[in-house]
Design a protein around this ligand. Structure first.
Ligand code: C5P
Length: 212
């Protein structure tokens, strides 16, 4: 199969030297890319700025902002059989980017933020993607309720939820513990393991579910 994977954080620029970012390391998305390649699939990895080396055989598209990620996904999703959205996309961007470095003024500064497009939420209706769609839900509370709601709202076939309020499995950790939500089936929890092991099991599950 040809698998599109989004990974890492996005950066929303404020001025030439500052940005709004988030704590995503990209480890889960990169582990999924590696596991997909090891299982013999082709991978398009659309990645925000991370400190990781992409798997050699992946086609890598580097982006910074949510809007760039949106465009990259829009342009390649329909070449793929499966799309996995593991990126932590910034929900907001600064309305007006300052071309020069903002100086200290001694006063309070207000930044106006505008909403970014929901890339995963655009896959079905916006981009017309008809393949197997996988989303992530990084939650800090009500994991089950939020995840089931997100599965339906974003048109996913599979939603992978994890509780990022737990340090040992949250952003930037080596380990993960996920619960998977499939359409019309009861949720299933995987044990806490390295992100590499979790990725292998997820790719195995996706292979079985996507080819039904
Ligand atoms: O709504 P929420 O951000 O919790 O949804 C998480 C899922 O949606 C993840 O799969 C994430 O990659 C994706 N997402 C996206 N574009 C956004 C926000 C989230 O693709 N702007």
């Amino acid at each position: 199969m040809r698998i599109l994977i989004t990974a890492g954080p996005t950066r929303e620029p404020i001025d030439p030297v500052r940005f709004i970012g988030n704590r995503s390391s990209g480890k889960m998305g990169y582990a999924l890319a590696e596991a997909s390649i090891e299982a013999g699939h082709e991978v398009i990895l659309i990645s925000g700025p991370v400190a990781l080396t992409p798997p050699e055989k992946a086609e890598i598209i580097q982006v910074e902002t949510a809007l760039q990620m949106f465009e990259a996904v829009r342009d390649s999703i329909n070449e793929c059989d499966v799309a996995i959205f593991a990126a932590a996309v910034g929900d907001y961007r600064v309305e007006s980017f300052s071309d020069s470095k903002m100086k200290k003024t001694g006063r309070t500064v207000t930044l106006t933020l505008v909403e970014n497009p929901d890339i995963l939420g655009s896959a079905r209706g916006g981009f017309g993607f008809a393949g197997y769609l996988v989303g992530f839900a990084a939650e800090t509370e009500n994991v089950e309720t939020n995840a089931s709601e997100k599965l339906a709202r974003k048109g996913c076939d599979l939603l992978i939820a994890n509780d990022v309020s737990r340090k040992e499995i949250g952003f930037d950790s080596e380990q993960n513990e996920v619960t998977v939500f499939l359409k019309d089936r009861s949720p299933h929890s995987f044990p806490q393991e390295s992100k590499k092991e979790v990725a292998k099991k997820l790719i195995d599950l996706i292979e079985r579910s996507a080819s039904v």
